[in-house]
Design a protein around this ligand. Structure first.
Ligand code: CUA
Length: 360
């Protein structure tokens, strides 16, 4: 038996409304007013800029020469273009307000006014030449200079390798530099195109397979700055980050000397068991730990892994718990990563973690 049709007693529905309901599924159509949209846009922009300025590591808070130059250029161009926009809108508004009540018969049409044509061609041409000059000036300021600290940075899917000139070590995903010293880097790629960028410190330069690009920058304030890959390079692109630690010359020298050392011997029975496991699990087919038999070059050098602040190219803070999660199931942390999962009994996992965290 068919169910009884539901009868509404709230009066009739107009054919137009019924038709509209059919299209919208009965929901009342909400049309935002144009005024609301016009007001919302600048508010949203202001919120966005405020967020950039206060929280995230952006070029709005430069602490290095490259980033400061880029910010200055961006703001200058923005100001010039905002001036153009306001001038055009202003003239338009004046024309509309002053002439809105004039009868059409009074309006004199002019056609082919050579003077006006020349003026409105010349003004944009001058503006474009000025923009070109400013851009050229900033580009020359960003030109490469050999630095007091020189390094080679190699982009990998999806991590960073740093090799300092005159150093025996390679490190990954965390670079240290002294404050107030020019840093220069050769930029390479081991696989696809990446892009080197520390938003608060440097400009950005692509890293291209088979081609060496270069960048130099001058960090002006101590701090820990986020570096990121700014060229889409595959599934792990968003997790291809690094940390640039800008510190005093003394701290930098101490860090450099520490990194030069071979790996620390495992301290205690748990770490000693972990060291044996690292060899048994053939971690050395990908990773290097200098001073041991591990000499793989596909993946980050782990000689001083325990001294780094993060794992997985700044994906997780470097804690024992996070390292356990990473070893057990790297894909859950960083989808696409080539590190295989190791399903180890809890005791072995703890031993492995104890050894790796001890590699200061
Ligand atoms: Cu490397 Cu994006």
């Amino acid at each position: 038996m068919l169910p009884e049709p539901t009868i509404h007693s709230t009066g009739s529905i107009s054919p137009d409304k019924a038709e509209a309901d059919k299209r919208t599924g009965g929901a009342d159509e909400v049309k935002p007013s144009k005024l609301a949209l016009a007001l919302a846009a600048p508010v949203a922009l202001a919120m966005l800029l405020a967020g950039c300025a206060s929280q995230s590591p952006t070029f709005f808070r430069p602490e290095g020469t490259g980033s400061g130059d880029v910010r200055r250029l961006a703001f200058t161009i923005f100001a010039i273009l905002a001036g153009v926009l306001l001038t055009v809108w202003g003239l338009l508004a004046v024309a509309v307000i002053r002439n809105r009540k004039r009868p059409e018969s009074e309006v004199k049409q002019t056609k082919g006014n050579l003077g006006i044509e020349i003026v409105w061609t010349a003004i944009p041409a001058i503006i474009i030449v000025v923009l070109f000059g400013l851009t050229q000036h900033t580009t020359s300021q960003l030109a490469f200079h050999p630095g007091e600290v020189q390094m080679t940075v190699t982009g990998h899917q999806w991590w960073w390798e740093f090799q300092y000139a005159g150093a025996d070590f390679k490190t990954a995903n965390e670079a240290h530099v002294p404050v107030g010293k020019t840093v220069s880097a050769d930029l390479l790629s081991a696989d696809v195109i990446h892009s080197f960028w520390v938003p608060q410190i440097s400009g950005k330069v692509d890293m291209i397979p088979g081609h060496t690009n270069r960048i130099s920058f001058l960090p002006l304030a101590e701090g820990t700055y986020l570096g990121e890959c700014s060229e889409f390079c595959g599934q792990g692109h968003a997790h291809m980050r690094f940390v640039l630690v800008v510190e005093s010359q003394a701290k930098y020298d101490a860090w450099f000397a520490d990194q030069q050392r071979l790996a620390a011997a495992p301290a205690g029975p748990q770490a000693q068991a972990g060291a044996k496991l690292v060899a048994a699990l053939s971690c050395g087919s990908c990773h290097t730990i200098r001073g041991t038999s591990l000499a793989g070059t596909l993946c980050p050098d782990l000689t001083h892994f325990g001294s780094r602040g993060s794992i997985g190219a700044d994906t997780l803070p470097n804690t024992a718990q996070n390292l356990s999660a990473w070893i057990t199931n790297p894909q859950a942390v960083k989808p696409g990563v080539i590190m295989p999962a190791f399903a180890l009994p809890p005791q072995q996992l703890d031993e492995l973690v104890a050894y790796l965290e001890g590699l200061k």
